[in-house]
Design a binder for this molecule. Structure first.
Ligand code: PLP
Length: 513
């Protein structure tokens, strides 16, 4: 073929980014008739959750604790998903092992209604007075965002005669002494608008002493929005050192809360990810046809023949994510004290708290969309526009920079014309009258051209993708959410119920055993 500048190029091999799919989700996808019947009855888009998987993930995090002989809780960061089924299933886990991290008054009410007692709840994020009052009232641990919030909480506890409240203080902007040869202090973690800079910790300690009648410091916390093990390892070590400082002053914190951000691997194959990202750079340079809608570069640009900028993309293939990432973080040597964080925590008898969101709901669900229309894209002879019964708010992959292919679930017999099985590049567009309503700006390769009536399954969407940005623009329906379960000894039929009807009982719909 010849491109616009008259150069020859070989027609693209499909650049797949096929998803990583673990067994429960894989066997659900194999039951295409079941998924089609759900979407027929409940409409498109449709979110499908597997509550048993979230319990399995919590157990995998717990096994990392056991391997390192550590005590402490796994707090699910509720903000990753609005579902009741997931929170109820977690509420049914060992109370000493699993808690929930809530970031708003409504998330707190929801968690309590799902069966979490207050002592298993951690309140994070910036808070208003009502949120602080209810958290203190039910005996939740308040993860304080700032000194102002500490003053406000202490004031509420006194004024309304609430019980002394357990608090963590969230720190950020970690610095460390670069030693005798160094130039004083160095910022070791990115700035955050949340938490108190570690350099201002002194003011916090004084305030905690002043408010000792109404709050009790139970630990130090951080949450860093990075995938860097190095940065997180340093912050963890810094917290252990600051804990010593607290103890020397007579405060008695006993837990280090290292937040979330353990990550998820979305794309199965490292080679596919490598090829796609390389091809993106080549497309930005103009040495291959665009891989995206109107040549969008995901933050990369061509400056006189050189690629500049950084791609605003989630690292979709991750060899080490979730519980394995926690294990790696705990095992690698810390820079100042020279020993792994797990050893430091154990020696100091500190509990470890974690707040996984995305990683705890890994493989817990999928989002279904009906194919409504298929037509030539016009920008290249072999590309198509595929319009779906969903919009970019229903599956916010782009918003989070997550690039992964959907799985095509044909309706009935796929048929076998000569071109039916040829891979094809498609642009997935949404159901809004908005040029920008693209499910993904990336050209997606599918093993064959879909037909109206087929379903596309976006897998592994439970973390932030399925409902974080859902809205009601144009009165388009937002997705219903269902929970699916399967009788013990897999192989039995899938059962489903609306998310809000799910309770973690063996026979949720009163089916006799
Ligand atoms: C969002 C958030 C989390 C969860 O982050 P993930 O990347 O989903 O694990 C945990 N703690 C705090 C304070 C957060 O804001």
């Amino acid at each position: 073929m010849i491109d616009r500048r008259g150069r020859y190029f070989v027609k693209d091999a499909p650049l797949y980014l096929r998803p990583r799919i673990d067994p429960p989700l894989a066997s659900l996808l194999e039951d295409a008739p079941f998924l089609h019947s759900l979407a027929d009855a409940l409409g498109s888009p449709l979110n499908v959750l597997l509550p048993e998987v979230v319990a399995g993930n919590a157990e995998r995090f717990r096994s990392v604790y056991r391997r390192h002989h550590l005590a402490g809780r796994v707090y699910f960061a509720h903000k990753a998903n609005r579902s009741s089924a997931l929170v109820r299933r977690l509420a049914a886990c060992d109370p000493a092992a699993v808690g929930v991290d809530v970031a708003s008054l409504e998330e707190l009410r929801h968690a309590l209604g799902c069966g979490f007692t207050g002592d298993r709840v951690m309140a994070t994020g910036p808070k208003d007075a009502e949120f602080l009052w209810l958290a203190a009232r039910v005996g939740a641990t308040v993860n304080l965002d700032s000194l102002t919030e500490l003053d406000q909480l202490a004031g509420l506890v006194r004024k309304y005669r609430l019980a002394r409240t357990d608090v963590l203080v969230r720190l950020s902007g970690f610095e460390s002494d670069t030693g005798p040869g160094g130039a004083g202090t160095r910022l070791l973690s990115r700035r955050s608008r949340f938490g108190t800079p570690a350099a201002e910790a002194d003011g916090l300690w004084r305030a905690l002493e002043r408010h000792a009648d109404s709050v009790e410091l139970v630990g130090l916390a951080y949450h860093l929005d990075t995938t860097g093990l190095e940065e997180k390892g340093r912050a963890l070590e810094r917290c252990v050192l600051l804990m010593d400082e607290c103890r020397a002053r007579g405060l008695a914190p006993r837990a280090v809360d290292i937040g979330g951000g353990f990550g998820v691997g979305y794309v199965e194959d490292a080679g596919e990810w490598q090829r796609w990202t390389t091809a993106l750079s080549e497309a930005v340079l103009g040495i291959r046809p665009p891989l995206t809608w109107r040549g969008h570069g995901y933050g990369l640009r061509n400056e006189a023949g050189t690629v500049r900028g950084t791609a605003a993309l989630y690292p979709a293939h991750r060899p080490t994510a979730g519980p394995d990432y926690l294990d790696a973080l705990l095992s690698r040597s810390a820079p100042v004290l020279g020993r792994p964080p797990a050893t430091l925590l154990l020696e100091h008898l500190h509990d470890l708290f974690i707040e996984p969101g995305r990683a705890l709901v890994d493989q817990c669900g999928l989002s279904l969309a009906r194919v409504l229309e298929v037509r030539p894209a016009g920008d290249a002879p072999d590309r198509y526009l595929v319009r779906l019964g969903m919009n970019a708010g229903d599956v916010s992959l782009e918003e989070h920079g997550v690039l992964v292919d959907p799985v095509l679930l044909p309706r009935g017999d796929p048929g076998h014309g000569p071109t039916d099985d040829a891979p094809v590049g498609v642009h997935l567009v949404g159901n809004l009258c908005l040029e920008a309503d693209l499910i993904t700006r990336r050209l997606v390769f599918l093993p064959r051209l879909p037909r109206p009536g087929d379903l596309l399954a976006f897998v592994n969407t439970a973390g932030y993708v399925m409902d974080f940005h859902a809205h009601h623009a144009q009165h388009q329906p937002s997705a219903r959410t269902v929970a699916v379960t399967r009788d013990d000894g897999a192989g039995g039929p899938w059962r489903w119920c609306p998310d809000e009807n799910y309770w973690p009982l063996t026979h949720p719909q009163g089916v006799p055993s």
